[in-house]
Each structure stands twice: as structure tokens, then as C-alpha cells.
Design a protein around this ligand. Structure first.
Ligand SMILES: NC(=O)c1ccc[n+]([C@@H]2O[C@H](COP(=O)([O-])OP(=O)(O)OC[C@H]3O[C@@H](n4cnc5c(N)ncnc54)[C@H](O)[C@@H]3O)[C@@H](O)[C@H]2O)c1
Length: 323
């Protein structure tokens, strides 16, 4: 049985839906940003916090857990700058409680949701796993701290782990039954689609004088179901003992500018957006694009869904949003 913490959230709920096809799954989530309705009905659901040692003990004693997949974190960059304590408490201190409970119960396989934010503002065109890590905000720091802790726990306690550094997760399940529902929403594609549905007056583009072909920032968007399939492959490799301590980038290897994303949203929906040009935001690099060559070579994974597919699945979800 696999324990998925944060499995009621955006990415976790998509992974649970796919994982539950072949595995028994238990989800632990405090619903701070997640949604009970998003959890696949085949999974056992426990409402609780990963920092609660009693709940963790109950789960590890009651169920034969072979691996833990960890999505439970706060992930708003701006909020992490204003309230770093909230981020270090949840993303670091509570994760330590989870890791301690795993070790106490001899569970030694761990998959960790990390982020492109660990790279900060890299000076390279394509970011690979050897690119230096240098986060520029508490959110990125909190994730990198756990990455370091995992390496130390591997050496000291034999904890096996795979770290997955996602770039921009986007899209929704093809059934349109689950999708992205963050409040507040900070991600570009849902913001554009909410505007096109009439829920926002306009879309702001922050900065149009970057050194990119059209002057707007370039990011790497990856479909949430492609992320889910990468997790399944990582889990298999961990359980088969083919991998014991790895880090992989997850992106689709193509950068798209804010303007290109906007144009694709207009094309997919047939609607025209009202756009406002605004100043640059502090800490926004011009370009963040992943090389996912390593996971392709080692686990034979690559992103299958392109930007149009991402946006059309997201559009179906947003039009019928269920939670
Ligand atoms: N969305 C992205 O583009 C992106 C990119 C890179 C990394 N990530 C990482 O992926 C993970 C999932 O992101 P998401 O976008 O699905 O976020 P999300 O907020 O939708 O999901 C996080 C889930 O964790 C739960 N949670 C948070 N703290 C908890 C705690 N202490 N105990 C129990 N449950 C708790 C929330 O209720 C929520 O269901 C996060 O770790 C995030 O940092 C996300």
C-alpha cells in the first residue's frame, strides 16, 4: 500500500487517480489547500496533518505501507517571503516528523515533490540536474533543505528516495472531473482561463522587455498527467531497488512565452483576452526551461502532452469546475 500525503491537492489528486488503478492507496491530507472531492473513491482518505505524530503512527501501524509520496506543502512564493516561518514549519519541520515516523516504522521508500525554484535564477538555457541550486526565496529554500536532509538520511539510515523537481504543472485530467483549483490562484494558465470565463477583468503580463524573442518570460509547462506518470515510473524503480537516491527534473523541454501561452488559450477557446502590460515582478527570471534528458535516459519517461493539450484539458475543467 502506498501512502500519498497531500493527495487531495492539485498534483497529488491526479497521481492518486492513476496510482489507484494498480495499487492500494491511502491519502493523508489536512485539506488546507486541497479538496476532499478530488480524492479518488478507490483510495482510503484520512484527514490529518503530516506534523501530527499520532496520526502518522496510527497509519503506519494500521496499514502495510511500502512507500510514501510527499506532495503536502505550501507553495506560494510571495507568501513564503512574507511569512517564512509558515513555510519552514510546514515544508521542513512537518516533513521531518513524517520522515521520522517512516524510519520508526521501517518504511524506507520516499518520493519527494521538489521544484524548479531550487535553481533560483540559473544562467543556462536548459536547466539540468547538475545546474547549481541557488534558491532566491524561502519556498525554494524549504524544498532544497529537504533534498539535503534526504541525502543525509540515505547515508545514515538507508532511506531510499527519488526527488522530482517539477517545472510549471498545468492542465487537468482528461475526464474533467479533477483539475487545478488553488485559492488564491497564481498560475498563468488558470488565470487566463478564469478571465476568459468572465471571472477576472483582465490578464496582466508582468514585463515585456526581457531578453526573449517577444520580450515576455519563458516557462516550461508540463501536463499534470505527465507528472503523474513520471511518479508511477519513479515508484516502480524505487520499489524494484533499481534506484536508491536520485533527482530528476520534470518538464517538457520546450519553453513558451507568456504571450505564446495567451495566444494558445485564445486559439483553444476561440475567445479574445483583455491584456494589461505591467512592470516586471521581482525575482522573475527571463527563462526557466528544464532538460528532462536524465529521466528520459534512466526511466524512459518523456512528456506526451503539448501546450495545446494542456490548455484544452484545463479549459474543459474550468468550464465545468466541480470544486
Ligand atoms: N503546482 C506546481 O506547478 C508545482 C511546481 C513545483 C512543485 N510543486 C510541489 O508539488 C506539490 C503539490 O503542489 P500542488 O500544486 O498540487 O499544491 P496543492 O496546494 O494543490 O496541494 C498540496 C496538498 O497538500 C496538503 N497539505 C499541505 N500541508 C499539509 C500538511 N501539513 N499535512 C497534510 N496535508 C497538507 C494540502 O491540503 C493540499 O491538498 C507541493 O509540494 C509543491 O511544492 C508544485
Amino acid at each position: 500500500m502506498i501512502l500519498v500525503v497531500g493527495g487531495a491537492g492539485y498534483i497529488g489528486s491526479h497521481l492518486v487517480k492513476e496510482l489507484a488503478e494498480n495499487e492500494e492507496v491511502i491519502v493523508l491530507d489536512n485539506l488546507s489547500t486541497g479538496h476532499r472531492e478530488a480524492v479518488d473513491s478507490r483510495a482510503i482518505f484520512v484527514e490529518g496533518d503530516i506534523g501530527n505524530e499520532e496520526v502518522l503512527q496510527m497509519i503506519f501501524k494500521s496499514y502495510p505501507i511500502s512507500a510514501v509520496m510527499h506532495f503536502a506543502a505550501y507553495s506560494l512564493v510571495g507568501e513564503s517571503v512574507i511569512d517564512p516561518l509558515k513555510y519552514y514549519e510546514n515544508n521542513v519541520a512537518s516533513t521531518l516528523k513524517l520522515l521520522k515516523a517512516m524510519l520508526n516504522n521501517h518504511v524506507k521508500n520516499f518520493i519527494f515533490s521538489s521544484t524548479a525554484a531550487v535553481y533560483g535564477i540559473p544562467a543556462v538555457e536548459m536547466i539540468d540536474e547538475k545546474t547549481a541550486t541557488s534558491p532566491i526565496n524561502p519556498y525554494g529554500h524549504s524544498k532544497l533543505l529537504i533534498e539535503q536532509i534526504l541525502a543525509d538520511f540515505k547515508n545514515a539510515y538507508g532511506l531510499n528516495y527519488i526527488i522530482l523537481r517539477y517545472f510549471n504543472a498545468a492542465g487537468a485530467h482528461e475526464s474533467a472531473k479533477i483539475g487545478e483549483s488553488h485559492n488564491p490562484e497564481t498560475h498563468l494558465i488558470p488565470i487566463i482561463l478564469q478571465h476568459l470565463l468572465g471571472h477576472r477583468d483582465k490578464v496582466s503580463i508582468f514585463g515585456s522587455d526581457y531578453k526573449t524573442p517577444d520580450g515576455t518570460c519563458i516557462r516550461d509547462y508540463i501536463h499534470v498527467n505527465d507528472l503523474a506518470s513520471a511518479h508511477i515510473l519513479a515508484l516502480k524503480a524505487l520499489l524494484a531497488k533499481e534506484k536508491e537516491a536520485e533527482v530528476y527534473n520534470l518538464g517538457n523541454g520546450h519553453g513558451f512565452s507568456v504571450k505564446e501561452v495567451l495566444e494558445t488559450c485564445e486559439k483553444v477557446t476561440g475567445l479574445k483576452a483583455k491584456v494589461e502590460m505591467a512592470d516586471r515582478r521581482a525575482g522573475d527570471p527571463a527563462r526557466l526551461v528544464a532538460s528532462s534528458q536524465k529521466i528520459f535516459s534512466e526511466l524512459v519517461w518523456e512528456a506526451e502532452r503539448n501546450l495545446e493539450q494542456i490548455i484544452s484539458d484545463a479549459w474543459e475543467w474550468h468550464r465545468n469546475q466541480l470544486y
